[in-house]
Design a protein around this ligand. Structure first.
Ligand SMILES: NC(=O)N[C@@H](CC(=O)O)C(=O)O
Length: 428
C-alpha cells in the first residue's frame, strides 16, 4: 500500500500540519511527521479540505452523452475538488427505475475519479403524475436515498405528500425543484425591472416561494424530511428560516451562480446566463450569502448543467437553461463567502462537504480530516488568482458564465480514498 505525506497543509484553514495517507486511509495528522517510505506533496500553506460533495449534478448519461458522460462529469468533479457527486435523474431514459440508477452507479464506479450516487426520480418519467419505484431504487445496488424530479417541480400536493411519506421508511429525502408551473409558463428570466425593460417573460419569486411554503408544511404534517434545491430568492430564505425555527426537518441548497450573479447580466442577451431558477437581484444575492453564513441555507450545490454549444449559442428564447459549475464552484465560494468574511474555510468544508454528505448519506465522505478516516481530500491554492478558461475544462461542455472572469483559488490535488485523481491541477 502506498503512503503519501502532505506536508505543511492548513487543515480546514488552520495552522500548517502534515497529513499522512496510508493506502485508502488517513494514518496520522500532526507536525513534523516522518516522510519515511512516503511520496511527499509539499502543500506550502495550501488549504486542505475534506473532499467536496455535490448533492446536485447533472451527468447526462444515459441519453445526452453529447453534453456530458459519467466519465467526463466525474473528471470535472475531481478537477473541482469533489470526491462524491449526486447525479440528477433527468436523463434519457429518466432514472426512475432500479435498472437505470444501477447503470449510473456502475458507470460511476468504473470512472474511478469520483463516487457517484444516483438520485432517483420522484415520479415516472418526471411527469408528476405517478410515483416512481422509490423502494426498488433504494433497495437496488445503487442504494438511492435522494429523490428528485429536478428540472421539474413535483407540483401535485398529493404526490408530494405520498413521496415524503414513502421515503420516511428508509430516512430518504425528497429534493424539491420549487417552481410553480402555471406561474412560470413562458418565463425566460427573473420577473422584475430588467424583465419589464427587456420585454422577456418574467419568472416571479412567488413561483418558487409558494412551493417551498407548501412543502415545508407538508414535511411537518407527515413528519418527513424535505430538501429544497437551488434557493434563489430572499423570500425563500425567510420561509426556510421560519420553517427551521418551527423545528421542521428541512434543508436547503444554494448554487455558486446565485451567490454571485444577478439578472442585470441578462441585458447582454447572452444565453450563458439563462438558468433555472433564474438569476435574481442584488438583494437576493446578499440574502442568500447571509443565509449560507448563518446556516439557514445548509449547503452549496453546483447544479452543474452541461449543454452542448448548439443548445446555448442561439437566441435567448430558444436556448437551454443551465450552467456548468463543478470546476468553478470552490472559487466562486471563496470570492463570495471567504473573501467577504462571511465564512472561514472550516465553514466552507461544512457547507460543501460535511453537510451535503450528511443530507445524502454519502458514507465515507464529509468526514473530519483526522486519523482513521477515509482519505477523501482536496488541496486548494487559495492565493492563486486567474481568469477562467473553459478550454481547460474537463467537462464535455463549456457553458460557463465565468469565461474570462478573474476568480480566486485553484484546486491542485484531489484524493479519492488515498488515490490521487488530480495532481498539480492535472487529472491522473
Ligand atoms: N438548472 C438548469 O438550468 N437546468 C437543469 C434542469 C433545470 O433545473 O431546469 C438541466 O438539467 O439542464
Amino acid at each position: 500500500m502506498s503512503k503519501i505525506l502532505i506536508r505543511g497543509a492548513k487543515v480546514l484553514g488552520g495552522e500548517p500540519q502534515d497529513v499522512l495517507i496510508d493506502g485508502a486511509t488517513i494514518a496520522e495528522v500532526g507536525t513534523g511527521l516522518s516522510a519515511d517510505g512516503a511520496e511527499v506533496v509539499e502543500a506550502g500553506g495550501k488549504v486542505l479540505l475534506p473532499g467536496l460533495v455535490d448533492l446536485h449534478t447533472h451527468l447526462r448519461e444515459p441519453g445526452r452523452e453529447d453534453s456530458e458522460t459519467v466519465l467526463t462529469g466525474t473528471r470535472a468533479a475531481a478537477s473541482g475538488g469533489y470526491t462524491n457527486v449526486f447525479a440528477m435523474a433527468n436523463t434519457f431514459p429518466v432514472a426512475d427505475t432500479a435498472g437505470v440508477v444501477e447503470q449510473v452507479w456502475r458507470l460511476g464506479r468504473e470512472s474511478g475519479y469520483c463516487d457517484v450516487q444516483p438520485i432517483g426520480a420522484v415520479t415516472v418519467g418526471l411527469e408528476g403524475a405517478k410515483l416512481a419505484e422509490l423502494g426498488a431504487m433504494h433497495e437496488s445496488a445503487a442504494g438511492v436515498t435522494v429523490f428528485s424530479d429536478d428540472g421539474k417541480c413535483v407540483h401535485d400536493a398529493v404526490i408530494m405528500r405520498r413521496a415524503l411519506e414513502y421515503v420516511k421508511a428508509f430516512d430518504g429525502v425528497v429534493a424539491q425543484h420549487a417552481q410553480e408551473p402555471r406561474l412560470t409558463e413562458g418565463a425566460q428570466m427573473n420577473e422584475g425591472v430588467v424583465s419589464a425593460e427587456l420585454g422577456l417573460g418574467g419568472w416571479p419569486a412567488v413561483a418558487e416561494e409558494s412551493v417551498i411554503a407548501r412543502d415545508v408544511l407538508l414535511a411537518e404534517h407527515v413528519g418527513s424530511r424535505v430538501h429544497i434545491c437551488h434557493l434563489s430568492t430572499a423570500g425563500s430564505v425567510e420561509i426556510v428560516r421560519w420553517a427551521k425555527s418551527r423545528g421542521i426537518d428541512v434543508t436547503a441548497e444554494v448554487t455558486p451562480h446565485h451567490l454571485l450573479l444577478t439578472d442585470e447580466l441578462v441585458r447582454s442577451y447572452n444565453p450563458v446566463y439563462k438558468v433555472n431558477p433564474p438569476l435574481r437581484t442584488e438583494r437576493d444575492v446578499l440574502a442568500l450569502r447571509e443565509a449560507l453564513a448563518d446556516g439557514t441555507i445548509d449547503i452549496v450545490a453546483t447544479d452543474h448543467a452541461p449543454h452542448p454549444h448548439e443548445d446555448k449559442d442561439c437566441e435567448w428564447a430558444a436556448a437551454a437553461m443551465g450552467m456548468v459549475g463543478l470546476e468553478t464552484a470552490l472559487s466562486v465560494v471563496q470570492e463570495t463567502m471567504v473573501e467577504t468574511g462571511l465564512l472561514d474555510w472550516a465553514g466552507v468544508a461544512d457547507r460543501m462537504s460535511v453537510k451535503p454528505a450528511r443530507i445524502g448519506q454519502a458514507t465515507g465522505h464529509g468526514r473530519p480530516v483526522s486519523a482513521g478516516e477515509p482519505a477523501n481530500l482536496t488541496l486548494v491554492d487559495t492565493e492563486y488568482r486567474g481568469r477562467v478558461d473553459p478550454a481547460g475544462f474537463a467537462s464535455r461542455s463549456r457553458n460557463t458564465p465565468y469565461e474570462g472572469r478573474e476568480l480566486p483559488g485553484r484546486v491542485t490535488h484531489t484524493w479519492l480514498r488515498g488515490k490521487a485523481t488530480l495532481v498539480d491541477g492535472k487529472l491522473t
